[in-house]
Ligand binder design. Structure first.
Ligand code: ATP
Length: 239
């Protein structure tokens, strides 16, 4: 089966600062792939490469079998790659409905976008007239994800979905992630704390110092991750 996304020996960073030192990673169709690792490992930078925001200095970025390194964010978005950035990327001063309307530029009708968004996240429907910035963190994350799925992406890139959210909300969001994958969306999700995502991931990778050091079944990765972070098998539940 052709991977939806493949990174082959990807190198890159910011100006003269090299962050990625040869990243190899593949996301298979309809799978949730969790990319885990400590602060500063290069996870967000990897998503930057995948979404066209950072041009790699070496290696190949392959989307649905086509080499696309150097393609713009717009071109990658048209190829079905959609990023939900850390911090969510929504417009805090606009209402829920207005935020969704901003995503109709690609030709989808507003009612289609709303149907998809509210179908997946019914709570947003009740709040359609609420200013996004006044919603809870979990609801804002739902809006960010709802906007993303309204574009019918082939590949969804999620950066730190759980950031600043209560464990129950995170669990609910990951249930939605699993549903999206069941509907055929391929998902690459970056997290620092593993617990929540490992429950829904099909496969997981550990990133350390700009390299993927291990890829395997989530249960095995959970154990190795504890050692990678701490040199122990201590509990990783965030406090
Ligand atoms: P975190 O979970 O803390 O975001 P991460 O694994 O996502 O960690 P990155 O954000 O990819 O890590 O950062 C990797 C390295 O790149 C870090 O050393 C960081 O300081 C550096 N870096 C990130 N953004 C920039 C930037 N815009 N300019 C220069 N260096 C950057």
């Amino acid at each position: 089966m052709t991977a939806i996304l493949e990174l082959r020996n990807i190198r890159g960073g910011y100006g003269t600062i090299d962050v990625l030192h040869g990243v190899n990673l593949a996301v298979e169709p309809g799978q949730v792939h969790a990319l885990l690792g400590p602060n500063g490992a290069g996870k967000t930078t990897t998503l930057g490469v995948c979404s066209g925001q950072i041009v790699p200095s070496g290696g190949q970025l392959v989307v649905s079998g086509r080499e696309v390194q150097g393609a713009t964010s717009d071109a990658l978005a048209r190829a079905g790659v959609c990023l939900v950035p850390e911090g969510r990327g929504i417009f805090p001063n606009l209402t829920v409905a207005e935020n969704l309307r901003m995503f109709t530029h690609a030709g989808a009708s507003f009612s289609d976008v709303q149907d998809k968004a509210f179908g997946q996240f019914p709570r947003l429907k009740e709040r359609r007239k609420q200013v996004a910035g006044t919603m809870s963190g979990g609801e804002q994350q739902m809006l960010a994800m709802a906007r993303a799925i309204a574009t019918e992406p082939a590949l969804l890139l999620l950066d730190e979905l759980s950031m600043g959210l209560a464990p129950l909300i995170v669990e609910e969001l990951y249930e939605r992630v699993a549903e999206m994958a069941a509907q055929g969306v391929s998902i690459l999700v970056v997290e620092q704390f593993a617990q929540a995502v490992l429950g829904v991931a099909d496969i997981a990778s550990i990133m350390l110092h700009g390299r993927v050091t291990r890829t395997g079944p989530p249960t095995e990765i959970a154990e190795e991750l504890a050692e990678a972070y701490l040199g122990t098998t201590a509990d990783l539940t965030p406090v």
